[in-house]
Design a protein around this ligand. Structure first.
Ligand SMILES: Cc1ncc(C[n+]2csc(CCOP(=O)(O)OP(=O)(O)O)c2C)c(N)n1
Length: 617
């Protein structure tokens, strides 16, 4: 039992705590987060960095009425603990448990659902504009990180904030980190503000006000008054880019000093028009392993059982290094995710051929098109779900102009604990619906490596390769040496059903085929390798004497099954995949079972289909 945290039933209780109690509360929140997340896994470092900020927000603002909009949302664990979800906190990211991100359906205090970054300023401005139209007076606050504010969407939001000039507060939580070290000119500008003498003057003023007082108890009580006058004396805004956008800038403010933070936020609350408060925090604050290694502690995995085997990310990384060594025109691009996408080694080895563009997926794609026309072979390494940001860039800048770019789309399919914002289930419909794009789906790391190597040996048209999160399946089959577009491979023979399984589903398909064999249904499993151009003619021949069924780890609507079925109108094709609904968070095995996409579920669907066809004939 934690003395203060476990007493909080309503967020409004926080404003009634003394400063000293709030300082204790901050320590208790850290203790709870570290205790739970080290067991369950989750986004640790960012949440530890905003403990004081969260307490200050709940001290100054009224969450029953005011709108606090969190960006990305991976840092909202303290918020969840203080807004009525403390008792469920141990269920975070697990099947049926709390989401790892804000969700409007989870709590009335989650004003705006997130997972993808850089949405908070636009959403907050929307809340503010609606407030103004209705004549209400609630305060609206966006909390955004220094990484997330570099994205185009956030900058579009600030541009509009500057134009509308309404009351909205942007809290810029600057820990100088994205997942990796933050990059870009804006990051340099923020750093310049941080080293501005004002900041040090402010820190010294507050420190002196606190330091000269005798005991902790007295010190904290009196500090609140001393601090607010220190703030008044010392806050002089250095020249910031935000002022040029018509947004009043305050800062930088030390973000782990509750007295200082609360004092500034109280003062800023009543300033009319758009205001930005630049708060300096430390990622991983209070947990030394995370403070020392914030990158590896951005998201940690819990005490889960580790399976042997190679991850698709590692295989991609190795294949790319291999090709890059022989071909100096190969360049790699990431949108702020060098580690997650497997580009760290490439960046070390070929710093001039590596581009971290910040959280800027749209820019990454158009930049790649330019790089391609300039004579290089660009590889955009990106998570499938973040590719959703780039639909127009892929159509307008890449496909329409036939720019030879390779999209290496990691985390394609069901990702598990991160949930619906992160499942990569829309890339197949996206790629298949755009002319002049090719798309491949490797079933294991060997096929992935061969695809990377063969596509880059002759990169003449835009091409995507999608592969899942985690390790390759235990079940593997020999693959052909060359993988020309439009050719696939029979991986299991059978006479009654033609089960065409895309990439990550091949292994499931073979297991399902074995179950069906025991029930008297003989299943051929076919891996198309290329979803576009698909091996349609070969599939037409195979389907002439078998019932075609497709299986994919992606949305059925507009997916590979429907695409193939439209090419085989003479057949009655059963399409298995993710139905027209958002998939929740949870363990992947439970999610697959719920979706009917584990071997048992797939076998059951096929058996039912076969029976129905026989009964109808
Ligand atoms: C559109 C999009 N691209 C990439 C990501 C992956 N991602 C999650 S958090 C993060 C870094 C965010 O940095 P910052 O806003 O500074 O927050 P911090 O983690 O430092 O608290 C990234 C790149 C994402 N969530 N959304």
């Amino acid at each position: 039992m934690l003395q203060i945290l476990d007493r909080i039933q309503y967020p409004s209780q926080i404003a009634d705590l003394t400063l000293e109690e709030r300082v204790t509360l901050a320590a208790e929140i850290r203790e709870r987060i570290i205790g739970v997340i080290c067991k369950t896994g989750g986004h640790l470092a960012s949440s530890l960095g905003v403990v004081e900020l969260t307490i200050a927000l709940l001290t100054i603002y009224d969450p029953e009425n005011d709108k606090i909009v969190w960006d990305v949302g991976h840092q909202t664990y303290p918020w969840k603990l203080l807004t009525g979800r403390r008792e469920l906190f141990h269920t975070i990211r697990q099947t049926g448990g709390l989401s790892g991100f804000p969700r409007r359906s989870e709590s009335k205090y989650d004003t705006f659902g997130t997972g993808h970054s850089s949405t908070s300023i636009s959403a907050a401005l929307g809340f503010a504009a609606a407030r103004d139209l209705s004549g209400r007076t609630e305060r609206v606050v966006a909390v955004i990180g220094d990484g997330s504010i570099t994205a185009g969407l956030a900058l579009e939001g600030i541009n509009n904030v500057g134009a509308l000039q309404t009351d909205v507060t942007i809290i810029l939580n600057d820990n100088e980190m994205s997942i990796s070290k933050n990059v870009g000119a804006l990051s340099k500008h923020l750093n310049k503000l941080l080293t501005d003498p004002t900041y040090n003057k402010f820190k010294d003023g507050v420190w002196k006000a606190l330091g000269k007082l005798p005991s902790l108890g007295d010190r904290m009580r009196i500090a609140a008054h001393e601090v607010s006058s220190a703030i008044k004396k010392t806050i002089v805004t250095p020249a910031s880019i935000f002022e040029e956008f018509g947004v009043t800038y305050f800062g930088p403010i030390p973000g782990h000093d509750l007295a200082a933070l609360t004092g500034v936020m109280q003062r800023v609350k009543n300033i009319p028009g758009p205001v930005l408060v630049h708060v300096i925090t430390k990622k991983g604050k209070g947990y030394s392993p995370a403070e020392i290694q914030p990158v590896s502690h951005h998201g940690i995995s819990g005490a889960e059982i580790k399976h042997p085997g190679v991850t698709f990310t590692k295989a991609f990384s190795e294949a790319l290094l291999d090709v890059a060594e022989k071909d100096p025109t190969v360049v790699a691009i990431t949108a702020a995710m060098p580690d997650g996408t497997g580009l760290t080694e490439f960046a070390k080895k070929y710093p001039l051929r590596f581009f971290d563009v910040g959280i800027a997926e749209q820019h990454a794609v158009t930049f790649a098109a330019g790089l391609a026309f300039g004579g290089t072979k660009p590889v955009v390494a990106v998570y499938s779900s973040f590719m959703q940001r780039c639909y127009d860039q892929v159509i307008h800048d890449v496909a329409l102009q036939n720019a030879p770019v390779l999209f290496a789309m990691d985390r394609a399919g069901v990702v598990g604990a991160d949930g619906p914002t992160h499942h990569g289930i829309f890339d197949i419909p996206m790629f298949l619906s755009i002319p002049q794009l090719c798309l491949a789906a490797p079933r294991d790391c060997t096929v992935l490596k061969k695809l990377v190597s063969s596509v880059l040996s002759d990169l003449s048209e835009p091409t995507g390769i999608r592969y899942p999160r985690g390790k390759e399946p235990e079940l593997r089959f020999p693959s052909p040496d060359s993988l020309p577009k439009g050719t696939g491979q029979v991986v299991r023979k059978g006479d009654d059903v033609l089960l065409v399984a895309a990439g990550s589903m091949v292994s499931t398909a073979v297991h399902a085929a074995e179950l069906l064999e025991q029930r008297g249904i003989s299943v051929m499993v076919y891996d198309p390798i290329w979803l576009k151009p698909a091996p349609v003619e070969e599939l037409r021949k195979l389907a002439s004497s078998r019932l075609p069924v497709t299986l994919e780890e992606g949305s059925i609507c507009g997916g590979f099954g429907q695409f193939l079925a439209s090419s085989l109108p003479e057949c009655s094709t059963l399409c298995l995949g993710i139905p027209d609904e958002f998939v929740p968070h949870g363990s992947t095995s439970e999610l697959f079972a719920d979706l009917g996409l584990d071997p048992t579920g797939v076998a059951a669907s096929i058996e039912k289909h076969v029976k129905a066809i026989h009964e109808a004939s």
